[in-house]
Design a protein around this ligand. Structure first.
Ligand SMILES: *[C@@H]1O[C@H](CO)[C@@H](O)[C@H](O)[C@H]1NC(C)=O
Ligand SMILES: *[C@@H]1O[C@H](CO)[C@@H](O)[C@H](O)[C@H]1NC(C)=O
Length: 412
């Protein structure tokens, strides 16, 4: 087995210049384990061997994927690893095999990292070749479950940067049960019409940062699920797609809450939703609290600001129920731009568990060069400054929940 420790070669000088942090790392090049680029052969085993040595190295190690296209099937890179940090450097492109429709589609995940404390992934293009899967989904035929391209389960102290993911079958990235991860400069792309191609799905995770990224997909740009705490999304552009969603929540009655979410300096273009919170109208002990949306630009977004507590697609036995999920402390600060529909702000909260502490400040959304409208049901809050449009319906505690006459201003 070739274990390469680069000392004072020319390569060392080059690597040192590009990648000073890992200059002293032991490097496991997948090509030394039989990975062959650009020849249509499956390199999964070689990747796993390189990983297994990198992960069992007692000093910081790197799994290195040089330039070229490598075919890789469903694979799990598992920890715990022996050193404080393992780096995966991808200079090449990792492509799902031509049969990915079944092969990766049957597993739910394509490339999975799990149970690792101290993981860095730098660069690389991931191509899941999702198109045959989308065609099946759109035809609503019997299809495999579909795979997320890059998943992290129980990863701590992770840094992921410079990844480009194209044409995922389902989500591009999923972060599950993770702690302290920074995702930077990732580009996630799938056609607007591709079903369920979320950009990044997060749940049961604390201290995740998503920074300086571009996400153009067919479904949610970022989907924030139960148990997400202390999340920062900053300098991200979204769209097309379904916007930044907290939810869906309250699908099941026992659910961890969502709290401490900051979304800043984000531009949404041509998306179905902008800033959305959605919950099923079902009993729930879950909650959403302490959310800040700040410095947001909307370009032609269908529902720029929306809280939807009657999310019941297909009305599967829930259309007559109320959501038990409490939403409180949601601030919209400096949100401007254009709505593609007349109602730019829609707060449709639970009739039995009203939203409270909603704050709108310096919000200015227009529709066809006119002030847009606001819809509220069972929502309490305050507003100041900016142009909030007219209110179509006001439902507040202590007042009638029926549709009122349009009045200028917000519903608060
Ligand atoms: C409002 O948001 C826009 C867009 O992000 C930004 O350029 C501007 O500086 C913000 N204004 C304030 C007062 O923060
Ligand atoms: C709201 O935005 C429109 C379009 O950009 C602008 O013309 C208008 O002055 C803004 N209103 C306020 C109150 O900032």
């Amino acid at each position: 087995m070739s274990k390469i420790i680069i000392l004072f070669s020319l390569k060392f000088v080059v690597l040192f210049a590009i990648f000073p942090l890992c200059a002293n790392a032991v490097i496991y090049n997948v090509q030394n384990f039989g990975a062959k680029p650009n020849n249509g052969r499956d390199s999964t085993k070689a990747f796993l061997q390189a990983w297994s040595l990198a992960c069992s190295s007692t000093t910081p190690a790197m799994m290195f994927i040089p330039r070229g296209t490598y075919l890789v099937n469903t694979v799990a890179f598992s920890g715990p690893c022996k050193s404080a940090r393992v780096t995966v450097r991808i200079d090449g492109k990792i492509q799902a095999p031509p049969s990915s429709y079944w092969e990766i589609g049957n597993y739910g995940t394509w490339i999975l990292f799990q149970g690792i404390n101290g993981l860095t992934i730098n660069g690389g293009i991931l191509d899941a070749r999702g198109s045959p899967f989308w065609i099946c989904r759109r035809a609503s035929a019997y299809c495999p479950q579909g795979a997320t391209s890059l998943s992290f389960n129980n990863v701590k102290n992770g840094i992921v940067s410079g990844i480009v993911s194209i044409d995922s079958q389902k989500a591009h990235m999923a972060i599950n049960g993770c702690k302290t991860m920074k995702i930077r400069k990732v580009t996630l792309i799938a056609p607007a019409q591709s079903p369920n191609t979320d950009g990044i799905d997060i749940q049961s995770s604390t201290g995740i940062k998503i920074l300086d990224s571009s996400i153009r997909t067919g479904d949610d740009c970022i989907a924030i699920g139960p148990g997400t705490k202390s999340l920062l999304v900053q300098r991200v552009v979204c769209g097309p797609g379904h916007g930044i969603s907290i939810g869906s929540l309250a699908r099941s009655p026992n659910e961890a809450g969502v709290e401490g979410i900051k979304v800043k300096d984000v531009t949404l273009t041509g998306s179905d939703n902008g800033l959305r919170i959605k919950t099923w109208p079902k009993p729930s002990n879950g909650f959403v609290k302490n959310v800040l949306y700040q410095n947001i630009v909307m370009n032609n977004v269908r529902n720029p600001i929306i809280i939807d507590q009657i999310y019941c697609p297909g009305t599967k036995g829930c259309s007559d129920q109320n959501s038990g999920l409490k939403i409180s402390g949601v601030t919209y600060l400096n949100v401007s731009g254009t709505s593609a529909t007349p109602i730019a702000i829609r707060f449709h909260c639970s009739a039995t568990t009203p939203c409270d502490g909603i704050k709108l400040s310096n919000v200015n959304l227009t529709y066809s060069k006119q002030p847009a409208k606001t819809f509220c049901f069972s929502a309490l809050g305050t507003s100041s400054a900016g142009q909030l449009g007219t209110s179509l319906s006001v439902g507040q505690l202590g007042t009638s929940l029926s549709v009122g006459r349009p009045t200028p201003g917000s519903c608060f």
